[in-house]
Write a protein of this length. Structure first.
Length: 222
């Protein structure tokens, strides 16, 4: 049985472009030990005081990765996306070093397929996912949108007029619209779990879960 990776294990982040820097910075804010790597000395200097460790190295070289101890990490992120060749080579090096959990950034579907085939455990498409999220938010009523792999979504939004002033049973949210209101936030208060008797007011925000298509239809209601 594979050894379970500790939730607070150090993370190796290769590439300090926007995605890599954001990942390394957030991990540091969450209290995770981070080794950030880039071949650009200026980027490394910029991030040296913002993460646990930052070093200059060419991760396309497996020997360079060995020298910085990449093989000792249980989780690595290949955040290099500007060069598909470099991304693939770095990911292959991490696979050869037997890093148990490898996340890799892809800039296209074909790039992602290659990364998966050579051994990346998780492929991330930051630009595509940001664009899809923005498209949903442009509908106007949605404030935040998270889509999962099985077409299931979780959305923060303003409630349609048709459900305001009624409890969730009487408004028929589930029976009519096939979505579930899981949380409600009234002005000046924290989000609370919704029940069948929860009444949604004009000034509330709601958290809704369900199939993406059903949520889109629900959000389009007057």
């Amino acid at each position: 049985m594979a050894e379970r990776i500790k939730h607070d294990a150090p993370v190796l982040v290769i590439g300090l472009g926007r995605f890599g820097a954001a990942t390394a910075g957030q991990l540091d804010r969450l209290g995770r030990e981070v080794l950030a790597v880039d071949s650009d000395e200026l980027l490394v200097q910029k991030w040296a005081e913002r993460v646990t460790h930052a070093v200059v190295a060419d991760a396309r070289s497996i020997d360079a990765l060995k020298q910085i101890g990449a093989h000792e990490f249980s989780t690595a992120v290949c955040a290099v996306g500007s060069s598909v060749e470099a991304s693939v080579l770095i990911t292959a090096n991490l696979v050869d070093l037997k890093v148990p959990q490898i996340w890799a950034k892809a800039i296209s579907a074909s790039h992602g397929r290659i990364l998966s085939r050579i051994g990346a455990n998780k492929v991330v498409y930051p630009e595509r996912e940001a664009g899809e999220r923005a498209a949903h938010l442009l509908t106007g009523r949605m404030l935040d949108f998270i889509e999962f792999d099985d077409d299931f979504a979780l959305v923060k939004m303003y409630p349609p007029k048709t459900i305001r002033g009624k409890n969730l049973t009487d408004s028929g949210v589930r029976s009519k619209y096939h979505v579930t209101v899981v949380g409600v936030k009234s002005p000046g208060k924290d989000f609370t779990y919704a029940t069948e008797q929860t009444v949604v007011s004009n000034h509330d925000l709601i958290i809704v879960s369900g199939r993406e298509a059903d949520i889109e239809r629900f959000a389009a209601l007057d």
